[in-house]
Ligand binder design. Structure first.
Ligand SMILES: Cc1cc2nc3c(=O)[nH]c(=O)nc-3n(C[C@H](O)[C@H](O)[C@H](O)COP(=O)(O)O)c2cc1C
Length: 431
């Protein structure tokens, strides 16, 4: 497997001080910015990002260049970088924030120059004090060296960066809830349209991008969009950070080219299943994603291949479960998370996720009723009509449908195990 480490090369080569400005500069950092501000126009950067065809790394995989092109002409404009990272199993942005904050800042400056923003915000989850401290130190160091502030490197371009800590709510990762939170309001998603690119922070045109998406921008501008698009697969290009966790021999964050198979990611990159046990299933893209089983091992790790197989790459969190796993307990844990994190605006999500969690709990505790399987599916259908993938929504945001994924997953792949937990069900079924 030969590919450039785009995001993690510096932290791999210089683990002790990859977060420091002197190390960043000594390894070519801010050179791209210096050259771009001297020689490139904003539209030249947009052209490279469009050619790179990088899909956003926050979950929805929307192409960044296209999103930037949608920006309304009004001013001021803002860049908001999403470092909320609260999806269970996802811990890649933490590493990028903590270990290479200047890479993110250089990306933020290049992006802001491209989209015409003079103020960028980095929103970091409240439970990430060390990453937030490192980013704040990096911002201060960048101001002191003239990479931020007025007339950056003599170019006439001005940019201020504000680091903002969230209060610890998962829903604040949803981009419009994040904007409300930044404005000091309750972190509740807004109805779309209008999308943030038209009416975002303080009702002004705003680009919201994930930490990993923006961390790729210096490499794309330095090497060209075509070079980036040449890495990976046809529909999903570049490298991507995956957070591997669960019953693996080598859990951790890994940067790999897009387009490996799941077999390669789990058995080669992740080292295979602990104690050489059997693989039972895995969550391929964060807790919201429908689960995969052994028949999907040779599916490619790309947006389109995973969508065709009925799931998604989402936030890049891969949670692997071996044959000792009680899948009802696993589904219950995930649904409980979503029920706890529902913001409560939409009835199907607020009520439905809580019902789902309670029914799974009674199943787990031997008090399940023969009607519970139909009831679970009926509630799921109320949250996500037709139980289709991608979900159809009765809610403002996809948090509610996220709680449906673990249930449809266990019903599709492990229905016999669910039925076996309900006293009397086998007798009723065979009467
Ligand atoms: C409930 C919910 C939580 C989300 N959490 C995050 C998050 O923690 N980080 C993130 O980048 N995107 C998150 N997203 C996706 C964002 O709404 C948005 O699509 C993303 O930040 C855009 O950046 P990208 O295009 O670079 O991926 C979440 C979405 C939903 C519905």
């Amino acid at each position: 497997m030969s590919f450039p480490l785009i995001l993690t090369e510096r932290m791999t080569a210089h683990p002790a001080d990859s977060h420091r400005l002197d190390r960043y500069e000594a390894t070519g950092g801010y050179e791209t910015l210096r050259e771009a501000l001297g020689a490139m126009k904003p539209e030249d950067i947009l052209e490279q990002v469009k050619a790179a065809n990088i899909q956003g790394r926050g979950g929805a995989a929307f192409p960044a260049g296209i999103k930037w092109g949608f920006l309304a002409p009004a001013e001021p404009r803002y860049l908001v970088i999403n470092g909320d990272e609260s999806e269970p199993g996802t811990f890649k942005d933490r590493q990028l924030l903590e270990r290479d904050p200047h890479q993110l800042l250089e990306g933020a400056i290049l992006t802001s120059f491209c989209i015409g923003a003079n103020h960028a915000f980095i929103y970091i989850r409240g439970e990430y004090p060390k990453p937030a401290r490192r980013v704040q130190q990096a911002v201060e160091a960048a101001y002191a060296k003239g990479y931020l502030g007025q007339n950056i490197l003599g170019s006439g371009f001005d940019l201020d960066v504000t680091v903002h800590l969230g209060g610890g709510a998962y829903i604040c990762g949803e981009e419009t809830a994040l904007l409300n939170s930044l404005e000091g309001q309750r972190g509740e998603p807004r109805l779309k349209p209008p999308f943030p690119a038209v009416e975002g922070l303080y009702a002004k045109p705003t680009i919201v991008n994930n930490v990993e998406t923006i961390s790729n921008i210096p490499w794309i501008v330095a090497n060209g969009g075509d070079a980036y698009a040449a890495i990976g697969d046809v529909d999903s290009v570049g490298t991507r950070m995956f957070s591997l966790s669960g019953h693996l021999k080598k859990p951790g964050n890994y940067e790999v080219p897009m387009g490996l198979t799941w077999r390669e990611l789990i058995y080669e990159v992740g080292g295979g299943i602990r104690d050489d046990r059997e693989l039972k299933c895995w969550v391929p893209g964060g807790a919201s994603a429908p689960w995969f089983v052994a028949e999907h091992l040779d599916t490619k790790v790309t947006k389109d291949d995973c969508a065709r197989a009925g799931s998604m790459l989402g936030s890049g969190a891969v949670i692997v479960m071996d044959d000792t796993t009680n899948v009802v307990a696993a589904a219950h844990r995930i649904v409980k998370f979503f029920a706890h994190e529902s913001c409560g605006q939409c009835t199907p999500c607020r009520e439905g996720t809580t019902w789902l969690e309670r029914i799974l709990w009674r199943l787990l505790n031997g008090a399940g009723r023969p009607s519970d399987i139909d009831l679970l599916l009926d509630i799921c259908d109320g949250i996500s009509p037709g139980l289709a993938w991608p979900p159809r929504m009765t809610t403002i945001c996809p948090l509610g449908p996220s709680a449906v994924s673990p249930i449809t997953s266990i019903m599709t792949h492990f229905r016999d195990e669910v039925e076996a937990m309900i006293p009397g069900l086998q007798e009723v079924a065979h009467a």
